[in-house]
Ligand binder design. Sequence first.
Ligand SMILES: C[S@@+](CC[C@H](N)C(=O)[O-])C[C@H]1O[C@@H](n2cnc3c(N)ncnc32)[C@H](O)[C@@H]1O
Length: 324
Amino acid sequence: MTRPESSAAAPLQHRTVLLHEAVALLLGPGDGVYLDGTFGRGGHTRALLARLGPHARVIALDRDPQAIAAGAALAREDARLQLVHAPFSSCGAVLETLGIAQVDGMLFDLGVSSPQLDEHARGFSFRGDAPLDMRMDPTRGITAAQFLAEASVDEITRVLRDYGDERAAFQIAKALVARRERGEPVGRTAELAAVVAQAVRSREPGQDPATRTFQALRIHVNAELDELEAALAQVMRRLAVGGRLVVISFHSLEDRIVKQFIAAHARAPALSRAQQRLPLREVPFRPGLKALARLRPGVEELRANPRARSAVLRAAERVDGAQA
Ligand SMILES: C[S@@+](CC[C@H](N)C(=O)[O-])C[C@H]1O[C@@H](n2cnc3c(N)ncnc32)[C@H](O)[C@@H]1O
């Protein structure tokens, strides 16, 4: 999710992270059904379609209407692809509507795409000046400016600390609320960047002082961790036995959620000492997932795409355990 901003990226293009690794891990039956929960600019979807048979299906979701519009031509050309404007938290409902009970692979490449960051009008970036929006789906929810117009110092501090690891969270929150109380609420990206630059005393080398604040607000406004948990909660029911789950995270909080989800279904929970002494006959644990891989981008990918530097891919296979 932390896709650090970099001027090295070509404008409005998305360089897909861990492309070949993700697709290789995802692939199962050539004519299977796959879900790409984060279409973006279709990098993973295209690579997947290229390796699938003529009767395969790829259902690709994105909550950003611009991503869906950008993929319309591909969906017209390739009847195997179905694009749906929806958050991935509703992946089960989308599959249900399409009459699909289970899929052979599920991919979530989390966070924002380069076009979202690079198009300053979207309000995700501290470069340039634009209304402080930050919604991946501008048709719903509240903007970052609306959040800052109403939240208390405590609420803003919590968001900046929890989602941005921002050491100056309290100082930034205080400065934002003081400005609002003077009748000058922050409504634009440049204003927010300026408030943060004043409040953050120690700068991290190579990083704009606003990086952590912008990331934190984006995660909050888009409820990114809730979305991830809601999507994972549907995996055990929607992924066919033998099917693969692949998640690419960009933030340690996301990666922890994915890691714990896979571990909870792959390993028997440890018994406490008290439980071990009980004469109960345990119901044997039947794993529903087998952890397959944890990967990070290699040196070459990082050289070509600095935005990949915080990426972590985790993959697991659905095995014949109890349904969750
Ligand atoms: C990193 S990009 C995906 C890039 C894509 N794999 C590619 O190769 O072009 C993340 C995309 O996921 C979308 N997204 C993020 N959270 C989402 C959610 N909860 N539901 C649906 N789409 C989401 C964003 O709008 C963005 O387009």
